[in-house]
Design a protein around this ligand. Sequence first.
Ligand SMILES: [Ca+2]
Ligand SMILES: [Ca+2]
Length: 408
Amino acid sequence: MKKQYIFLLISVLSVMWSCSTDETTVVEEMPKAAFTATPTNENPNYIVLENQSTGTNIMSSWKFKEDGPFVRGSQSSDTTYYPNEGTYKVTLYTGNNLGVDTISQEIIIEQRDPDLPPIGGDDAFLLLGDFEDGEVGDWNAWGQDVSVVSNPAGSAVNSSDLVLKMTQTEPWQNSAVRNIPQVTSFATKIVVDVYFEQEGDLKLQIEGDFATGYFQSVTPGEWVTLEYTLEGEVDDSTEYPWILFQGNTSGSYYIDNIKYYALDIGGDNGTVYGDFEDEQVGDWNAWNQDVSVIANPAVDAVNSSDFVLLMTQVDPFSVNAVRNGQIVGVAADKITVDVYFEQAGSLKLQLESDFETGYFLDVEPGKWVTLEYDLNGQIDGSIEYPWVVIQGNTPGNYYIDNITYYEQ
Ligand SMILES: [Ca+2]
Ligand SMILES: [Ca+2]
């Protein structure tokens, strides 16, 4: 893979330089790659790279990480951004029609960018249900005897007003099920408060297969907090169609404060549904259009990542990024998308099946911008939202990245 990149780079460079060679004999100087790397004063996670290469008619490309893509560099300075601590190998490739020279430096980043929210910390969870609005919300996907009631036994563990009740006299009778696929390999745990009238176990099941599941025994007559550890349990190639709780108890049971913890959830609770760093289109080409993952065409502070999703198009709306499945719930706050347009236009986000619907935001071309689609109060629990469709009303190609869903 790496060799192919280098071969491609050299081929492209030779074609470009052979075009500029003229008949007169010019004394040409071999390319010599050189650069300095200095953190900015404002933020040490931003590194200024001064290109000090020499040679005749040189062109330069960077790799900001050992396994990163080639990024076209300027002959003066470029800035790169490393949000996380670590050691990164930066390589500069400088070439002309006499050849290519390379030089590398290791950059040590001492700490995660302090301006970013913490990753995977104790506050980094998605609240999937606290029922304080009096609504069952997404939690009764199977239409069973599930309702929101007053907390039967307020205590230090759960002092909140409202909780979800499964009314039953036989084990397994009524389940709380949410069909939204939120479980990914980034998941670390699901935490839930539970109150059993009679002894039994609470099962958490995230796979489609009913033979699977995690059981924990519950002491009756008081609220207890259960932690289901999911670290290393979630496999990207398996589907996780729901989050399902079942009580193996002959009495009614109550649950509340369902929290989903994952390494990709920041302090502001966003869940990333596409960053393309694995170089895979993944779920984002449900309509088999001209959608591919490529190296970031314009690394900057807004989007410093290596890989992005490209929609190759010449007509507005001709190529869409589509992911099937309901992502948004009634607690939706917003979806944010980083987007790069070659030509001016607007980006449409469509969640309903009806093509008359959708949210349009204008996009300034030639740079990465972060768009925020405000969904607060826009999601109706009785409507189906079968997909996330992203369409560019621009005559040029467009690129998207970091598609993130936030709940309130
Ligand atoms: Ca509650
Ligand atoms: Ca990316």
